[in-house]
Design a protein around this ligand. Structure first.
Ligand code: NAG
Length: 174
């Protein structure tokens, strides 16, 4: 019983103090986001770093209420093919980061039964295990969290079209 109490207070306190330590260790707290990546912030909340693709340009994160906004490099959607789903990330992704979840998520969609559905929430179990849950509309899908452990590269729409046509492209412009 005592263990449960300390566990609860730990999960409430540790991420914040962790971030405070991170911020404190930099001499200019205002620019802490430039050195602490979003991929490093996610695991502090028990979430896998690979939830966002490799093309993150910059982001903002509020320690006070957990709200964040992530901006991707290109001004076009980024596609990532996972084991179970194709995921589409908009150029701007936002939401609220809490221990074990992202709520109010905007800018992430998954292709499910041939249609694109907006992901509203992402959750993991606490303490973390191999499961991650994507909530889109009334549907809640359990996935293997390990497919989000590595940071995935973006594929863009033009490349997807070429793939579909069975053609290979060597991009001359990048
Ligand atoms: C990223 O940087 C640009 C230019 O500095 C800024 O306008 C934008 O608001 C930033 N995006 C985020 C999510 O912080």
């Amino acid at each position: 019983m005592g263990g449960r109490t300390s566990m609860t207070s730990l999960t409430k306190i540790s991420p914040l103090s962790f971030i405070l330590i991170l911020l404190h260790s930099h001499h200019h707290p205002a620019t802490a986001t430039a050195t602490t990546t979003i991929y490093e912030i996610l695991p502090i909340f028990g979430l896998p770093g690979g939830l966002f693709p490799d093309s993150v340009k910059n982001y903002t994160f509020s320690i006070e209420d957990g709200t964040f906004a992530v901006e991707l490099e290109k001004q076009q959607p980024c596609y990532v093919q996972l084991e179970d789903y194709m995921v589409c990330y908009d150029e701007l992704i936002s939401g609220t980061l809490k221990i074990g979840s992202i709520t109010n998520l905007e800018g992430v969609r998954v292709k499910w039964l041939m249609i694109w559905l907006k992901v509203d929430e992402i959750k993991v179990d606490l303490p973390p295990n191999d499961n991650i849950y994507l909530q889109f509309g009334l549907v809640n899908k359990k996935l293997d969290v390990n497919q989000f452990r590595t940071i995935h590269s973006c594929t863009y729409q033009d490349k997807l079209m070429f793939k579909r046509q069975g053609r290979t492209t060597s991009s001359s412009s990048s």
